[in-house]
Structures are given as structure tokens and as C-alpha cells.
Design a protein around this ligand. Sequence first.
Ligand SMILES: C[S@@+](CC[C@H](N)C(=O)[O-])C[C@H]1O[C@@H](n2cnc3c(N)ncnc32)[C@H](O)[C@@H]1O
Length: 299
Amino acid sequence: MLSQPVAELDHIPVLGPAVVAGLQVRPAGRYLDCTVGLGGHAALILAAAPQVRLVGVDQDPQALAQAAERLHPWADQVTLWPGNFQDFDPGDQPFDGIVADLGVSSPQLDRPERGFSFRLEGPLDMRMNPRGELTAATVVNNWSEVDLVRIFSEYGEERFSRRIARALVAGRPFATTTAVAETIRQAVPSSCRRGPIHPATRVFQAIRIAVNGELSALEMLLRRAPDWLRPAGRLGVISFHSLEDRRVKHGFVADTRLRVITRKPLVADVEEVATNPRARSAKLRIAERLEPDPLPGLE
Ligand SMILES: C[S@@+](CC[C@H](N)C(=O)[O-])C[C@H]1O[C@@H](n2cnc3c(N)ncnc32)[C@H](O)[C@@H]1O
């Protein structure tokens, strides 16, 4: 048994009922959770109908161990697949529904040793997959100033990319998350140091996206996942910032294999946000797999 904090076992998945309703979970259906994490959405899907089978993917072995524990009551209906969802091999049986709840999980953020948090002192890591080659330390200490400006602007939409990149290059080498966060705080204008949002928020997001190749993995998933669905099967994606949501929105609309179900993204209501602050920026979009086009000449 893993010893994990009670809060993690009690974890409430973001937009859980909307995911189950959106996927139209049905008895004996086959579902893929691309980001099984703590098993929160997976447990709801398994509980929603009898004899559901589920494949749960995660690139973080700690997450998979927690998912296995959470999903123990359905152990013989669940298969866990370690790895990046962009490399997932679906085999030859289509899925009735696929869900992806993007980004990092609460335990990844809350455990200082994972290096995701600018509030908790930890090593500059930020890898969801601990076998990944690129770490936050390499990005912060070795990447050129030009490349830092580029990722802070593109992946963090950070206004002060240039001055932050300059300060980080001047302050090298860095060993801890909090040292980087403090340098960023000093680099922004003093008027931006106060306020509810820490000045390092966007830069940490940018470094994390770069370390984990998050946007290219999402683009690959959007290209591949429709082919893993049976006709009328549903794909639901929960995103947490505009860079992801834009890709999901445009990916769904432009894909001739899909029909968009959610014209506007589904978002959490005030009660959900009050109990689960992570839900505040969540957006769920759902699309449905169309029948494949008939072969030319057979119409
Ligand atoms: C937000 S959490 C998912 C939480 C989960 N839906 C639940 O209810 O417990 C995201 C999880 O997806 C994993 N993840 C993110 N990107 C991934 C990728 N490209 N491939 C595989 N796993 C990924 C992370 O390691 C993390 O465990």
C-alpha cells in the first residue's frame, strides 16, 4: 500500500459529473483515460455503468501507483499503461469514450521534491515522467536568454519575459525553485510584486510546458485520438489555460472526423470552485466521432 495523504485519496476530479455525462458512459463500454492521475475521473467512469472497462494512461509512475490503489475495486476491469499519451498504442479495439484532464496533478504540485511549486523549496525538476531527459534545471541554467524569452512569452504569455530572462541568466546557477521564484519577483516592476498572483506563476508554467513538451503532446493527441473512437464515441478534453484550450477548440472544429458537442466549453460552477480551487480555470470541450466517410465510388 502506498502511504498517501488523506487529501489525495479524497481527491475530487474537476468537472466530474460533466465528464461522465459528456462521454455518455454506457454498460460494458470501453473507455480511455489519457491522464489517469489519482484515478478520480476513472473511478467515476467505472462507477457510472456496469461492466465498464477502462485503460488508464499516465507518464508518472507515482500517479499510476495511486490510480491502482484508487481503482482497486474495479481491478479486473482496469488496465494501466505507463507512458506519454502521445505514444499510446490503442490496439485494434475502438473506445466508446476518451478523456484527457491536462496538466499536473495536486500531488505533483504539492510535493516539493517534484520541483513544480514556486512556493515550496525543491530541486529544479518539473518532470512528470522522472525518466524524461530535460529538467527545469537545464532550462533555467543552460538555455540561451533568447530561448528563455521565447518560452516565457509563448508558453507563459508573460509581459516581462525579457527582464526576467536577463535576471535569470545573470543569477545562474540556480539549484532551487524558490531561488528562481525570488529572482523573478525581483525582476518584475515593484507594482507587480503585490497581488494575489505570484509573479513567478507564468514563468513556472512556461518552464513546465517546455520540460514536458505539453503542447506538442496535446497536438499529437488531438491528431490521433479520433481514430481510437468508434463512431458516436466521445472525446472530452479538460484544459487549464488558453494555450491548451485554443488548441482543443480549433482542433475539434477543424477535424472532419469529429462533430463538436460543446459550442462553448463547460466550466465549473461557484460551488465546485469553492470546494476545488483547481476547477476555477478548467474548461471541458467534448466532440463526437462521426461515421467514417464511405469509400469513394460506394456512395
Ligand atoms: C490533472 S492530473 C489528472 C487527474 C485525474 N483526472 C484524476 O481525476 O485523478 C494530470 C495527470 O496527467 C498526467 N499527464 C499529463 N500529461 C501527460 C502526458 N502527455 N502523457 C501521460 N500522462 C500525462 C500527469 O502526470 C498527471 O498525473
